[in-house]
Ligand binder design. Sequence first.
Ligand SMILES: [Ca+2]
Ligand SMILES: [Cu+2]
Length: 362
Amino acid sequence: MKIPTLTSVVLVTAVHALWAADGPGRAGYGPTVENAAKAPGASPAGMVWVPGGEFSMGTEDPTRMVCEGHGDDPMQDARPIHRVYVDGFWMDTTEVTNEQYARFVEATHYVTVAERRPKPEDFPGARPEDLVPGSILFTATPGQVPLNDFLAWWRYQPGACWNRPGGPGTSVNGREKFPVVHIAYEDAEAYAKWAGKRLPTEAEWEFAARGGASGKPFTWGDEFKPKGKWMANIYQGSFPTKDTGLDGFAGLAQVASYAPNGYGIYDLAGNVWEWCADWYRPDYYAQVARDGLARNPRGPADSFDPQEPGTPKRIHRGGSFICTDQYCSRYMVGSRGKGEPSSASNHVGFRCVMVPAAGAAK
Ligand SMILES: [Ca+2]
Ligand SMILES: [Cu+2]
């Protein structure tokens, strides 16, 4: 156990006092109070220490925000904004890449969900000839379509998987530093376990994504495009017909193509969605907020998504290269996403965290 320095104790106390005097800040955000203790050791390769501490989790109603880039979804599942404490941890500075995933597959001969033949019992009524391995691909539509019809731009591609991302005949050659995609939840978990890591909890992910700041709409701050600059790989143009790639990339980008956030972590907004360990429920924040400060929350015991009752879902965070303020602005730092655990697609990947070994200095 490390004794915090006198200065940091005084500082933390002062911040608490300030907040108590004024009540929560605008829209319910209190300050981010980082743990004062230093990292318990050198960071593993490709990871950075996130100190943990107390912060305000969630987002205000984006449709009432004055900033650009907030879309038209009130994101009720990301409220109330509530106080959360997380212990410190290391986090991968980038999304897991194709070359990293390839090393795992080479070492373990792991077969991803997208490469396995779907079981008839999981798809009652499906014709046997339709039960072929594959994954889901975003495909631009030839013309404008209603934005409530997501099947218009998603299709099942037989043979698509992490190292054949467009289906048979495609490969990841030359895309070694691109985020791995077509990853189901168990594929991410298997990699994490092999690497001696684990998937982040949703609270850890958001603490890291906020980069030490509090109440900002974006991982980089208040402005959608500071000085006119794009800060994340998302989608421009008319969704879903043509991605004009104004941010530098139509489709996926190599990891770390944009500036990192306050903790030195890249692409926490846009590029690919990232699996988190928690189950999804839209009322989970309301549940934990009732009990005051939530300490290292790990999500609800089970999942419920009113939009698809009967389909349990895990948390996705960060949004992807097809997020747009016209349709889905979940690149906003406090917003939440969700996915069925066995469903892979070409805009979902992941990154890992690692915690100090038990007994190490706190
Ligand atoms: Ca883009
Ligand atoms: Cu989105």
